[in-house]
Design a protein. Sequence first.
Length: 288
Amino acid sequence: MVETLTVLSIQSEVVHGHVGNGAARLAMQRLGVEVWAVPTVLLSNHPGHGKFRGETIAAAKMAALIDGLAEHGWLKRCDAVISGYLGEPGQARVVADAVARVKAANGKALYLCDPVFGDEGGAYARPGVAEAMARELLPVADIVTPNCFELASLTSRKIADVDHAVAAARTLALGEVVVTSVPFAGGRIGTVVTARSEAWATVAARLDSVPFGSGDLFAAGYLTFRLTGETPDKALVKASSAVDQILRASAAARADELLLVAMQDALVRPAQFLALERVESAPSASNP
């Protein structure tokens, strides 16, 4: 019998579109991973479209769903937990408890925390969510994948370039931090991973407008590649290359959502891989 990796994915759920679990589930399944999806909110569509309907899932209901898995003894099959957008601060404790239970059942399990609470336009999560993530989730995370805005908020540091991003990531004192939406020279945008004493980046041309969900898609891909044995730098290349190809196809089609179904083969076989660059961080004292 073939062993299949399993991930517990605790994120937003939408009826229309590919954000949160709607991006992560398909991406991980296409890469051969079983996904158990627990919703933090259940919405008709991403709020960025304007009108939407739906609700935040009560923390107690989330906990009950995870209890149901535990009652069957299934948590020992779980190889990783990934969390993303939270609908309210109390959900962070549920995620932290789920991580603890999974790791108690499987000591090799990983936890990737994607601290989804804002972007270049500012914070969009409910008040207290970012603080709850920093307090409850970052301390137990093996991998964290903030964008530049989120990293700046978590570290209280200015992030204007790649050196600032690396220096800020290292202040989190975590084993593996992947920073997305990092500004690079020439108007380019990049993704940077810091692991131990190394830092690597992939860089691409910036697109004027991209659909929602690219960060959720990247985090899911990166975790999957790490679970299947890739080193941080190789996982970075594979995940960022796939996302870049899907974003460019979506932008070219002027799609208002990621063309994830049509472009799913890019997750497995990107048309081309982004170049990997070694990064040296600036001294932390230069970034007050």
